[in-house]
Design a protein around this ligand. Structure first.
Ligand SMILES: C[S@@+](CC[C@H](N)C(=O)[O-])C[C@H]1O[C@@H](n2cnc3c(N)ncnc32)[C@H](O)[C@@H]1O
Length: 254
């Protein structure tokens, strides 16, 4: 099965593709508006998925316009469908299918990038790329994984990660500061948010496999759900953290 389709099915029961509850998403979005937004303020979401963060932000900022960028056609179809149902929103948002690392479209007051640093080759290149899209004094909403302590081999294997590929939390904050950002409000996903996210992921895929898929897809989808559940429960559960942080541009990188 196509990975983008698997991901679209797996996220049916969880509005964002990150271990963050609706309440935490809302709380973070209320912190995004910079002190002095431009005359025609704009938001950019790189790796927007089905667009939940961007739509939520635009609902809170009714004079703003937004652009969501992602490579996944099914995720963008879902983003368009959900925005199309919202009359106050559909004329203020554009969805573009593109590689976020290569995309360009001017500078924005706020740039969102949640769970998508792999699109840029890691945290440091992501922070560099985000700055190229950000107006001076703007804000970034960054969502990134980190290790809670030294990861076990099982946790590394589950993510297919090399030691050092993900930072710990102090390392994440230090990297952000090195790129000229000051962390403002932030949220560390709780164990309950993680469990809810992973049960939603595997459960949505299982339900689809058993109730909607044809015979070939059923076997494959069940295999993917079982493997994901195993990697979570035997591998990274309790070891992998997720931080979503509002970053204020101080303009003083490196
Ligand atoms: C974990 S999901 C997060 C989606 C969304 N930010 C959210 O939190 O709901 C990662 C997203 O990055 C997208 N992605 C991966 N590589 C990308 C690339 N090179 N350019 C743009 N998007 C990419 C995936 O299609 C997926 O939608």
């Amino acid at each position: 099965m196509d990975r983008a389709l698997v991901s679209a099915i797996a996220h049916r029961r969880h509005p964002v593709a990150a271990p963050v509850s609706d309440e935490s998403v809302h709380r973070l979005l209320t912190e995004l508006e910079p002190e002095m937004p431009s005359d025609a303020p704009r938001l950019l979401d790189l790796g927007c998925g089905s667009g939940e963060w961007l739509r939520g932000a635009l609902r809170l900022l009714p004079a703003w316009e937004g652009v969501g960028v992602d490579v996944s056609a099914p995720a963008l179809d879902e983003a368009r469908r959900r925005a199309g149902d919202d009359r106050g929103l559909r004329d203020r948002v554009r969805w573009e299918r593109a590689d976020a690392a290569a995309w360009s479209g001017g500078r924005f007051d706020v740039v969102i990038c949640i769970g998508a640093t792999h699109a840029f080759g890691g945290l440091a290149p992501t922070l560099e790329a985000l700055r190229r899209h950000l107006l001076p004094g703007g804000r970034v909403l960054l969502g990134e994984g980190y290790w809670e302590g030294t990861p076990s081999q099982a946790a590394l294997d589950a993510l297919g990660a090399a030691p050092g590929e993900l930072p710990d939390l102090p390392g994440l904050m230090a990297e952000v500061a090195r790129h000229g950002y000051e962390p403002g409000f932030g949220h560390l996903s709780t164990a309950a948010e993680w469990d809810r996210y992973e049960w939603s992921w595997t459960g949505s895929l299982v339900t689809w496999a058993l109730e909607e898929a044809d015979d070939d897809e059923r076997t494959e989808a069940l295999g993917i759900a079982r493997e994901h559940r195993r990697q979570w429960l035997e591998g990274y559960r309790g070891h992998l953290g997720f931080a979503t942080v509002v970053l204020h541009d101080t303009g003083r990188g490196h």
